[in-house]
Design a protein. Structure first.
Ligand code: HEC
Ligand code: HEC
Length: 215
């Protein structure tokens, strides 16, 4: 009996010994290093995408299937730019962006799950919702084409660093623009704030009507 236990223990210790060199290869890469790794390694990216698709099943309760939200106060994640999503993960993690539920959600995810969900959502298509108030949306287009296009692009799809806003949910757009304008600590951004400071509530309504209907 003792002999058998010794045998099992020895086998277990050997397994540990075999396993250790890999673990001793260094600490796990941080989020940004791992993201760069995935961007330059298609096989790893593919593996993380599949992890992300599994994670997304949890998020679907609020953000909708494939990141097309069905609640107007919850943002779409579909078609969102990877660098922007990564930045929001950082902001929820370090408290620059406050939303208690999402802060907890991000804390509960490991780096591969975070990167995986970014790759998954960035690859999904946004469902187009045409405007229900054309005159208001046209007024929004005028404001958009005077300023917002400079960073978010003519089509509202953003860029590597700037958020996609085309087709975003209307209640979420309204709240977000009001938060930037108010400059409270819920959500601040030194680039967005000066661009919304002078908008009236009516301007915001017009922008919401236009941006949410952009394909
Ligand atoms: C209980 C509902 C709920 C669940 C579940 C949920 N979220 Fe969210 N999420 C929200 C809300 C609401 C916001 C908007 C917060 C705000 O107003 O700033 C948000 C915002 C976000 C944002 C920022 C989007 C943007 O355009 O800036 C990301 C990224 C995000 N969630 C990812 C996830 C991921 C990944 C999961 C699953 C692991 C998830 N969420 C699960 C409700 C939820
Ligand atoms: C000088 C560049 C710039 C201009 C001009 C600009 N934006 Fe932005 N916008 C950004 C950046 C950068 C972010 C990401 C900020 C963050 O991380 O919170 C952003 C974020 C946003 C978001 C949040 C997206 C999300 O998913 O939560 C909305 C909505 C938005 N902008 C709308 C607008 C509108 C409407 C205008 C015109 C009135 C505008 N922006 C003008 C750079 C700009």
């Amino acid at each position: 009996m003792v002999q058998r236990i010794r045998g099992v223990l020895a086998a277990a210790l050997m397994a540990v010994a075999v396993w250790q060199p890999a673990a001793a290869a260094g600490p796990k890469p941080d989020l940004d290093t791992r993201f760069k790794e995935a961007m330059s390694n298609p096989q790893l990216a593919d593996q993380l995408y599949k992890t992300g698709r599994k994670v997304a099943a949890v998020c679907a309760n609020c953000h909708g299937e494939g990141g097309n939200s069905t609640k107007s106060s919850v943002p779409n994640l579909a078609g969102q730019n990877p660098a922007y999503l990564m930045e929001q993960i950082r902001q929820f993690s370090d408290g620059r962006r406050r939303y208690e539920f999402m802060e907890g959600m991000i804390r509960a995810m490991n780096n591969d799950e975070k990167i995986g969900m970014v790759l998954f959502y960035a690859a999904q298509e946004v469902v187009h919702k045409p405007s229900s108030n054309k005159p208001l949306a046209d007024r929004g287009a005028d404001i958009f084409n005077k300023n917002c296009f400079r960073c978010h692009g003519n089509a509202g799809r953003g860029s590597d660093q700037v958020a996609r806003i085309a087709g975003q949910q209307d209640e979420y757009l309204r709240t977000t623009l009001q938060r930037y304008r108010a400059g409270t600590n819920v959500r601040v951004n030194s680039i967005m704030t000066p661009n919304v400071k002078l908008l009236s509530d009516q301007d915001i309504e017009a922008l919401v009507a236009y941006v949410s209907s952009m394909p």
